[in-house]
Ligand binder design. Sequence first.
Ligand code: NAD
Length: 439
Amino acid sequence: MSELFKGEFSRRQILTTAGLGAISAAALGSMNEEVAAQQPTGQATPHGGSLPPQIKFAPISEKTEVDTGGPPTALPPERRLGFAIVGLGRLALEEIMPAFAECKLAKPTALVSGDAAKANQVAQQYGIKPQNVYNYQNYDNLRNNSDVDVIYIVLPNSMHREYTVRGAKAGKHILCEKPMATTVEDCQQMIDACKQSDRKLMIAYRCQYEPHHRAMIQMIRSKELGTLKVIQADNGQNQGGDLNQWRLKRALAGGGSLPDVGIYCLNATRYLTGEEPIAISAQTFSTPGDPRFKEVEESVTFQLRFPSGVLGICSTSYGFHEGRRFRVFGSDAWGQLDPAFSYNGLRMMISRKSPTNSMAENISEVRIGEKNQFALEMDHIADCVIQNKQPHTPGEEGLQDQKLITLIYEAAQTGKTISLPRVSSGLDATRGPAPRMLH
Ligand code: NAD
């Protein structure tokens, strides 16, 4: 296992490997000890305390059985980092607020909304003090609120820049939803504002914290699938209903399916390989006369070439029925996640020649325990604040996707393949250290 990924998985997370060598037994065997060594037991935090030691139980099954990993440790609520959630739309209320129940280091302490009645109702539901409910005008007063350490921005895409800059100026760390913004210039301003205020900036690329994705990265990087050749990724949904929704307005969304859901495919090709593309070609199509696509595109396909020779083939659409998957093709095996980009229910399959029957192909499922992706990402930025570390998906990661999105549109418009200079700084050039598993 590469140094980068040591300690990421407990055996509890990998429930069953029906496959043959999908994740090597040696790797599985060593994971638990590595995780134990990395448990943040006894570390001092700026909140004046240390995490309680993990409670241990004597083993009740043989080494052949999947380990439970033991009970998680968590900071006591009064010492966790306080989060202000900005924008109480679907993602905030359906996913993020409930996810705090799974957090070990983070807790909700403030809300920012244009709808006071809704915000007060949500505040009551989650035990948030009434005086910690803000609106978009008095948002900057968060500066005076010591209950809040991190601001999580869950607004329409074009609003991310303003609320990141104002939040950083208010002295708070920022977790911002993807896509980071709608222009490269806005992304850069967000990075600059957080640097000037000496605050962390993390883009909420939840998949990069999710155990199936981390396992796939680990398999690719350790060459368990042989030499990686091609990545095929698709993410789309049939977007409809309210024609006035911000996702169909260019000024608010920055584009159509590409920045909203296609970004998952783009980002996956980058974190699976650790590389940055050196060539891009693309096509877009919107059904003529479809009122949904007056301002934003319906479908995009794009192809990427990476310095190692890996090719990425991606599709995204607001017109096809929900599909959220990728398959990585290596010289010795293929691996897939289908679904890959959903909030839950992820499934990993590996296909390789049977080691015991030369006439047989083994297609097997690797079952990994499910984790709440939003809790993982919120705890990651809390951990980075506590440890004073760079987030794994900092502003530079979002900026790079935004640059590439701009080039994908350009490639589609011109019909030309765009060449890019090689990034010289090795793998994961836009990422901070790999996240440690706190769950
Ligand atoms: P939503 O429309 O459900 O919520 C947006 C919120 O912003 C609403 O509360 C709305 O009232 C508020 N708002 C403030 N000013 C607004 C304006 N001028 N126009 C429209 N709304 C305004 O959207 P959502 O699905 O919650 O998405 C919010 C952000 O989260 C987006 O950046 C989106 O890309 C991102 N997102 C990420 C994921 C993920 O899996 N990480 C999933 C969904 C959405």
